[in-house]
Design a protein around this ligand. Structure first.
Ligand code: DAH
Length: 342
């Protein structure tokens, strides 16, 4: 048999064998048998020394071509095997979508949001509507229409972040009083929960960003008694039966008269304890009768209408409600702390 026939035969049997091969080991064994160090093709190449010099180039070329063909066959089979393997793996790995999974860890509402939701629920139950205002506010609404003109000393108590001369981060939710009165007619009954900003150092009771809820009622014959009744209902709803309010005279430029409102200490029910420093009362919010000048600036006739307003700090309520000793805990985002309020 000449070299050409030998090579043809070799490739033919290799091909037949390849087709029966089902795994990598057998493939490798065949590779070694044909083109390994002691392989059949390798042996042919070595045996070229016995040929006549003029026969060598043609023989060498034929052997090399056969080697290339064999390598290509080998690779094709390898690829085919890979496909077979992949298909088998996919079939084995089908996902059982009906299999129960372990429960996912659930987040929890933030204590300030919990309190806010409860208060919104309480006031909407009394007929209040929720309105929201911009956190970046015009000086005009935040101060001027709240009866705090430029250079008024009350501005010092609410030093804030100025965006420019006429734009501030709102220092309270009170500007929504003006926005509401300017955009609708009495009867008005709204609450405005939201974020407010003051240029304060953070400590156990202060934060440069905190939350308030504003309340505003404007109608005919609204009196301080309505404010009292509304806040008493709020106190009982949030802290339980027997919790009531105490009004102390105070001053706010946008209310006249103004009041500081205390609630019965929920920890001791008014007997006096550490929480209320022995007084039986906890200071919770500010309020009063809407200053007639504010009504007037906002286009409402103070000889026909009167109103009351109040502003509640939500962090303070949350801290009392859940016995949180330091306001900063609310903003550190530690899930070990936050996860306790479910
Ligand atoms: N805006 C006041 C503050 O941030 C809180 C306040 C007091 C709001 C009296 C009112 C009010 O509506 O009548 O300190």
């Amino acid at each position: 048999m000449g070299i050409k026939e030998t090579l043809g035969h070799l490739l033919e049997t290799a091909q037949q064998e390849l087709e029966t091969i089902r795994d990598k080991q057998a493939l490798e064994a065949l590779r070694v048998r044909i083109i390994g160090k002691k392989g059949e093709l390798t042996a042919l190449l070595r045996g070229m020394g016995q040929l006549l010099p003029e026969e060598r180039p043609a023989a060498g070329q034929m052997i090399n071509e056969a080697r290339e063909k064999f390598t290509a066959m080998l690779e094709a089979r390898q690829e085919a095997l890979r496909m077979i393997e992949r298909r088998a793996a996919l079939q084995k790995e089908t996902i059982d979508v009906t299999e129960p999974v372990p429960p996912l860890p659930l987040g929890s509402a933030h204590p300030v949001n919990l309190v806010m939701a409860e208060m919104v629920d309480c006031f909407t139950g009394m007929g209040f509507e929720v309105v929201e205002g911009p956190e970046v506010e015009l000086d005009h609404y935040n101060f001027e229409l709240m009866n705090i003109p430029k250079n008024h000393p009350a501005r010092d108590a609410q030093d804030t972040f100025y965006v420019d001369d006429n734009i501030v981060l709102r220092t309270h939710t009170s500007p929504m009083q003006a926005r509401t009165m300017l955009s609708r007619k009495p009867p008005i009954r709204v609450i405005c929960p939201g974020r407010v900003f003051r240029s304060d150092e953070a400590d156990a009771t202060h934060s440069p960003v905190f939350h308030q809820m504003e309340g505003l009622v404007v109608d005919r014959d609204v009196t301080m008694a309505d404010l009292r009744g509304t806040l008493n209902a709020f106190a009982e709803r949030l802290y339980g039966k027997g919790i009531t309010t105490r009004f102390r005279p105070s001053f706010f430029p946008f209310t006249e008269p103004s009041t500081e409102v205390d609630l019965t200490c929920a920890a001791c029910h008014g007997k006096g304890c550490r929480v209320c420093k022995g007084t039986g009362w906890i200071e919770v919010l500010g309020g009063g009768m809407v200053n007639p000048h504010v009504l007037e600036m906002c286009g409402i006739d103070p000889t026909v209408y009167s109103g009351f307003a109040f502003g509640i700090g939500l962090e303070r309520i949350a801290m009392q409600r859940y016995g949180i000793p330091d306001l900063r805990l609310l903003y550190e985002g530690d899930v070990r702390f936050l996860g306790q309020f479910r």
